[in-house]
Design a protein around this ligand. Structure first.
Ligand code: SAM
Length: 327
C-alpha cells in the first residue's frame, strides 16, 4: 500500500472534508434554498463506525487532515462523540470543523474537549435583518455561538464571508473591524455557481481583487502570511493582528494545488466541487470489504479527480448544492 495518495495529475491528497449530514438549520439562498427537501434518508447516512473506518484508512494512506462539515455538522446527533473518536486516530494530525455557529453556544466546550483544534464559521453579514434575509435564521444565535467559541479558547476562529454583489458587498469593512475587535481571522470567498446560484451566478459574483483594492484604501495589506494547506491567499492588516484570506475559485482558480476530496454523508467521494466525478463507497463498505480493499477503493476514487473545475466555462453545470457535497 502506498503511504501517500497522489492523483493522476501529481497532486498529493492530504485533506478530506467530511460531511456528516446534508441537512442544515439555515437556508442560505445561495447554498440550500428555502423549501429544499431532497435530503438523504438516515439509512443512507454513514454510521460513526463507518466514518471512523474510512477516515482511518485515509490516514493510513497519508491523508492527515480532516475537516468536519455539512450541511450543518452540529445538527448531526452526538457530533462531539464522532469528533472524539476521530481525534484519537493515531495518524490524524489536524481535526477541524466548519459550522454556521447557530448551535455553537451549546457545543463549543464539548467540541474543544473532543479534540477539535480550530473552527471556521460562515458569516456573511453582521446585520440581523440582512442575516434573516440571506439565511432565514437568527443572527443573535450565531453571535452567541461565536462568543462561546472564543471563550472556550478555540483558536484560530476563521470567519468565512461569501461576498455577493448588492447583497453584502457593502459590509467588507465592517467585517474587518469586527474581526479585529474579536481576534478572528477573516476569509472572503467568491460565490461559486452551484445549485441555484448556478442559474444566476453572475448576478452575485464579485471579483475579490476589487474587494482587496477597496480595503487597501483604508489599510495596508502585507502579503504572504499564514501559508496553510488551503486555497486562501493571506494578507496581514498592518498595525493589527488581523489576517485576511482571499479565496478566489473563479477569478484565480487554484486547481493545480488542490489537495482535497470530499466524503458526503451517504458515503460518496466527490473529487471536485465543480465536476461530477465521484465514487460511491457505501455499497462496498456494506458488502463487507477488507481494509485493504477499502484502501484500493480510496486510491481508485482519488484517481478520478479531474484536472480542474469548469465554474467559469460552464457555470450552470453543477446541479447539486454545496450542502449535498460538503462545503
Ligand atoms: N454549515 C457549515 C458552515 O456554515 O460553514 C458547513 C457547510 S457550508 C455548505 C460551507 C461553506 O460553503 C459556507 O461558508 C458557505 O457560505 C459556503 N458556500 C455554500 N454555497 C456556496 C456558493 N455557492 N459559493 C461559495 N460558497 C458557498
Amino acid at each position: 500500500m502506498p503511504n501517500q495518495l497522489i492523483d493522476q495529475f501529481g497532486r498529493s491528497i492530504e485533506y478530506v472534508r467530511l460531511s456528516v449530514t446534508d441537512r442544515c438549520d439555515l437556508r442560505c439562498f445561495y447554498c440550500m434554498p428555502d423549501g429544499f427537501k431532497d435530503f438523504e434518508e438516515p439509512e443512507s447516512w454513514l454510521t460513526f463506525d463507518e466514518i471512523e473506518r474510512v477516515i482511518r484508512c485515509f490516514t493510513e494512506l497519508g491523508t492527515h487532515r480532516i475537516r468536519i462539515t455539512g450541511g450543518e455538522p452540529l445538527v448531526r446527533k452526538d457530533l462531539p462523540e464522532l469528533a472524539r473518536r476521530l481525534s484519537r486516530l493515531e495518524r490524524l494530525e489536524d481535526l477541524s470543523l466548519s459550522t454556521n455557529a447557530t448551535q455553537l453556544e451549546r457545543h463549543a466546550a464539548d467540541l474543544a474537549e473532543a479534540g477539535i483544534s480550530r473552527i471556521n464559521v460562515s458569516l456573511d453579514t453582521l446585520r440581523p435583518d440582512r442575516f434573516k434575509e440571506i439565511t432565514k435564521g437568527k443572527f443573535d444565535k450565531v453571535y452567541k455561538g461565536l462568543m462561546a467559541a472564543k471563550a472556550t479558547g478555540l483558536n484560530p476562529i476563521k470567519i468565512n464571508m461569501v461576498v455577493m454583489k448588492d447583497v453584502n458587498d457593502d459590509e467588507v469593512n465592517d467585517m474587518v473591524d469586527f474581526c479585529i475587535e474579536h481576534d478572528f481571522t477573516l476569509r472572503f470567498i467568491e460565490t461559486m455557481p452551484m445549485g441555484d446560484t448556478g442559474r444566476n451566478a453572475s448576478d452575485y459574483f464579485v471579483d475579490l481583487q476589487t474587494v482587496r483594492e477597496e480595503l487597501e484604501k483604508k489599510h495596508t495589506l502585507v502579503p504572504g502570511v499564514m501559508p496553510g494547506g488551503g486555497p486562501a491567499n493571506y494578507y496581514q492588516v498592518k498595525g493589527t493582528e488581523l489576517r485576511i484570506g482571499f479565496i478566489t475559485p473563479l477569478s484565480q482558480h487554484f486547481c493545480d494545488t488542490c489537495n482535497r476530496v470530499r466524503l458526503s454523508v451517504d458515503g460518496t467521494i466527490y473529487t471536485c466541487l465543480g465536476q461530477e466525478n465521484n465514487f460511491e463507497l457505501r455499497p462496498l463498505l456494506r458488502s463487507g470489504i477488507s481494509d485493504n480493499e477499502l484502501k484500493e477503493a480510496l486510491i481508485t476514487a482519488v484517481n478520478l479527480k479531474p484536472e480542474k473545475h469548469d465554474f467559469k466555462e460552464k457555470p450552470e453545470q453543477v446541479l447539486r448544492f454545496m450542502s449535498m457535497t460538503g462545503g
